[in-house]
Design a protein around this ligand. Structure first.
Ligand code: ADP
Ligand code: MG
Length: 147
């Protein structure tokens, strides 16, 4: 835990969060894993849509809640979008063959990754989005940690 790098960014509108995601998508490298943590309605989908745009994906990004993973192949690398919010048992990850995605050649994005902590790879980029009501309704603090 000693060599953790942490970047804190602030956005003041959904458009700004989308633009940040787009930049992250443009800079993403095959095989990277990003985790995304934050309460309902905080902007996880907005950020993910930006990332998809940055990967040159034009089809709409839907929440994969009922399928655990949604795969997008049309961008400049595959995009594996996980939402493990409804996972009952870690076995479900084995059943969908998660290792092919986590250790594959695409960008892997995992919402609610804290629920599958024990199978996360050794290194990943942890993205946390938080509100802070005193700073305004549209304020978001986005913390990016290299783990
Ligand atoms: P989640 O996927 O985390 O449940 P969504 O991305 O679906 O959340 O929704 C976020 C909501 O918050 C949207 O209605 C969006 O317009 C709004 N919003 C307001 N300010 C921001 C901001 N700075 N960044 C992202 N979303 C914001
Ligand atoms: Mg969402």
């Amino acid at each position: 835990m000693n060599n953790q790098k942490e970047i804190i960014l602030e956005t003041f509108s959904p458009e700004e969060t989308f633009a940040l995601g787009e930049k992250m998508g443009r800079e993403a490298k095959p095989g990277e894993v990003y985790t995304l943590i934050g309460d309902l309605g905080v902007g996880k989908t907005v950020l993910t849509q930006g990332i998809a745009k940055g990967l040159d994906i034009t089809e709409p990004i839907c929440s994969p809640t009922f399928t655990i993973v949604q795969v997008y192949e049309e961008g400049r690398m595959p995009f594996y979008h996980f939402d493990v919010y409804r996972i009952g048992d870690i076995e479900e990850m084995d059943e969908i063959g998660y290792e092919d995605y986590f250790y594959g050649d695409g960008l892997c994005m995992i919402e609610w990754a804290n629920l599958i902590q024990e199978i996360l790879p050794e290194h990943y980029r942890q993205i946390t989005i938080e509100k802070e009501p005193e700073k305004g309704f549209d304020y978001r603090r986005i913390t990016i940690r290299s783990i």
